[in-house]
Design a protein around this ligand. Structure first.
Ligand code: IMP
Ligand code: MG
Length: 369
């Protein structure tokens, strides 16, 4: 992944694939033109790299020249094309091959056709390394196309974003989701997970997704997924992973502008963790870390018994029940600890100390992600 100015881009087309595409174009054009000496016209700025690599591969004599047009502002094709440097030589009777790095809406190409209208060239052929068919709004014929790509902004190999990225030898595509920091938060009962989640949410502008809350919300509001989940619960069955995952996905989609997410109470199984990875990947994002608050069992028991005295929660009053809940927690989360450790994403954080001290420790971990 790379960052140019304020945007993030991911690897999209390798230098090797670009090279192979150019070779195919060269072979086709050379075969079509026979012994004719063509004039290759590069459209600056973007095409400088293509023209250079292309003519080095071209097996026969040729001429090279450039015209300079500009149409893009940021990541949007703009209405007016500026002609910065026009044709500087007479091309009457010549076979001209336009070499474009990319043809997007086709506005630049329309300008190229305008430029050549009165030049009396023998033929005008259009070759472009990249083409976005979905964005193309003209009907000029494109004689040679290297690689068709979806209508998403790319950089590299001559193409820029705000002037940056032209130098990259490979092509990168803009990320759907810009940078996010998402964590899976774990902690045994009594570790102070809820308190810390609230601080993290504030400090990092994250959306806290607690599976328990999401379930309660969906059931209370009788959403389709909530009703489905309830139908299993009413039968005393476990809610299938898919239903849980779909509920969480809906929750993530609701917060499209989030800087990231804190997943709390999810995933619980390897299958869920894999589903979550796949979902984040779809969003051009990822789980950055599993953060687990670590607190010694004896301290947890002490804390919970203390809480039980005032909270009135019956499950906080019985030491046997408390110990069992803690044991359950370790049984269930051990698999996930292994899952995220294998990805080098497990961070255990000492959960003993004052609330501020623990927050400080968590911040240190998250700041480095
Ligand atoms: P068109 O006039 O819309 O066909 O766009 C052509 C020009 O816009 C190209 O020569 C590029 O300079 C620029 N352009 C189009 N798409 C992209 C892109 O995805 N990344 C960077 N520049 C682009
Ligand atoms: Mg261009």
């Amino acid at each position: 992944m790379i960052k140019l100015d304020d945007l993030y881009f991911k690897p999209f087309i390798s230098a090797k694939e670009i090279d192979a595409a150019i070779q195919r174009m060269v072979d086709e054009i050379a075969a079509d033109l026979g012994d004719e000496i063509p004039v290759f016209v590069g459209i600056l700025n973007g095409s400088f790299m293509l023209v250079s690599d292309f003519v080095k591969k071209y097996p026969k004599p040729c001429e090279v020249t450039f015209i300079k047009l500009a149409s893009y502002e940021g990541i949007k094709s703009s209405e007016d094309i500026q002609r910065l440097i026009g044709l500087t030589q007479d091309l009457t009777g010549r076979t001209v091959v336009i070499l474009e790095d990319i043809i997007d809406s086709g506005k630049t190409l329309a300008e190229v056709h305008r430029i050549f209208k009165n030049e009396n060239v023998k033929s005008l052929l259009i070759a472009t390394l990249f083409h976005k068919p979905e964005a193309y709004k003209k009907d000029f014929k494109l004689h040679y196309v290297g690689i068709e790509i979806p209508d998403r902004f790319i950089v590299g190999y001559g193409l820029d974003y705000n002037g940056l990225g032209r130098d990259l030898p490979e092509v990168y595509q803009i990320k759907t989701t810009q940078h996010m920091t998402s964590i899976v938060l774990f902690g045994p009962p009594g570790a102070g997970k809820g308190t810390q989640a609230n601080f993290l949410k504030e400090k990092y502008n994250l959306v806290h997704i607690s599976t328990g809350d999401v379930f309660r919300f969906n059931i209370k509001n009788e959403t389709a997924l909530g009703m489905l989940a309830k139908s299993y619960m009413d039968k005393g069955e476990l809610v299938p992973d898919e239903v849980t995952i779909d509920m969480l996905k809906a929750e993530v989609e609701k917060n499209a502008d989030a800087k990231g997410f804190i997943f709390d109470g999810f995933p619980r199984t390897n299958a869920q963790a894999e589903a979550l990875d796949a979902f984040m990947e779809e969003k051009d994002s990822q789980i950055n870390a599993m953060v687990a608050l670590e607190v010694d069992d004896e301290i947890l028991v002490e804390r919970l018994l203390e809480r039980g005295k005032t909270s009135g929660r019956p499950d906080d009053a019985d030491e046997g029940i408390i110990r069992n809940r803690i044991k359950q927690y370790y049984n269930k989360t051990a698999i996930l600890k292994n899952y995220y450790t294998a990805q080098d994403k497990y961070y255990g954080v000492d959960g003993v100390g004052s609330i501020e001290e623990i927050t400080e420790r968590l911040n240190k971990v998250i700041d480095k992600l």
